[in-house]
Design a protein around this ligand. Sequence first.
Ligand code: V55
Ligand code: FE
Length: 532
Amino acid sequence: MTDQIKGLRLDRRGFMGATTLGTGAALLGMSGAALAQGTPARRPSGAPQVDFPDDPRAFGGGPASARNRTEMDQRDCEVEGDWPVDLDGVFYRVGPDPQYPKPEAYVGDIPFDGEGHVSMFRIQNGHVDYRTRYARNARFVAQAEARRSLFGMYRNPFTDDPSVAGLNRGTANTQLFLHHGKLLVFKEDSPPVYMDPLTLETIDPEYTFGGRLDSQTHTAHPKIDPATGGLIGYGYESTGLLSKDINVYEADRSGNIFWSVNVAAPYAGMMHDFCVTQDYIVLYLTNMVADEARIRAGGVHFSYDSSAPCYLGVMRRGGDGRDLKWFTGPNLFCTHVMGGWNEGTKITIDWDGGEGNQFPFFPSLHEPFDPVKGTGYLRRFTVDVGSRTNDRFQSETIFPELQGVLSRQDDRFHTLPYRWGFLQVTGPNGGWGIIDHQEKTTRIASVPGYSLSEMTFVPRRPDAAEGDGYLIGLGSSTAEAGRSDLILFDLADIAGGPRARVKMPYRCVGQVHGFWANAADIPGAASGTGAA
Ligand code: V55
Ligand code: FE
């Protein structure tokens, strides 16, 4: 087969579970063995039916249970244990769920290219209502009408059907935020999709903050400043495919963009997450380079280039962007920010990452994928932007006893010095890692027999102290063929196991990331009776 599918071996059945190794492996539930090189089998050519490949290495491949593709409503799910009756809000999640099989030429496409399927658990008075909907953006609607895939490889417009030339390729499959009353669903190659936060109806397939977003792209990991309630975001490749341009903006709590600057990266590469402190914007350019030759040859957007330096880019908030300075350090491929803050010109950021490629399904240019180098650890970056001569940042591996990825924190403390962090701990004793930066201790919330998706912190009450609350997320039962539970740990008692669960009758759609919203912030939720 063609070169872009070499090295693919994907087990989509395990999509929700964290097992070992780096971020990509955790997201896809791949074990070390599943990372071996392989070539997906061809699917029967020309079949007009919706017939996904049996080969789990192919796009959307594997047994029928590897996909979901079913929009669901379940009022009053079956609950078990002690659901806190005063918990009132929604746990949202999103992940790729292939809408159609790819034509034969593109079966080597990667799971990150699946269409975004959003799910929500509306939790109120100890009752839980479940709902899922696809993001009905331009891509989804065009393919639904054609009853087939029209978009080729991951972030490669040259592989698209001519009928969709120029159409927004976004999949809305990575993360979502509730902000200024809107559910915004993100894919880092396109503007957010605005969905109704209770019905999950798609309201605006290309939300541009009232036309003020000065970027063709938008990160999946914007940040909320707890001091103002404002939203800070950025887009890379912001002026088009392969561009080095980056747009950074800040919107107020009502979604009005009041600050926007355009800056340039040293080269075009993946910039998946960033950090905002009270005074600074911190960008990170990874050596997952946008590969023009591969794109033109019909492959995926990125290649891992271990010879390219990663850069930490720092600039002041509210400035004109001309103070942006790029620092180099140990060449770590970092993906998700736990937290960060500044004291004067001294900036500290905790970022998980590995020494090598985090995403084995993207080709490595110079060496075979190395699962050891891909293993994630929490890295503490420090840099003093007050020093004129300094062009390096420092990195220290903290809590080396924890291998993990998909860092989270109590989001109400982003931009500020923080105490509590959460890490998806990989390896044999995996689970939801709980880090106390103050006492320098770690614990792991684990559920035997389940593989866990990324956890999200839920404050016990909207005004609870930092870290006082719950961890919520999906677990997938090994004994029951991947059937899902929504699992709730009380951080005041993790040794006792989950405080409560929702027992779903099926395997829920997989996720990349999740987000908690308090009912008070969701229009119509406070007086409503849930998702029904
Ligand atoms: C990530 C996920 C993506 C993507 C780029 O987790 C980076 C990182 C689900 O899609 O397109
Ligand atoms: Fe992410």
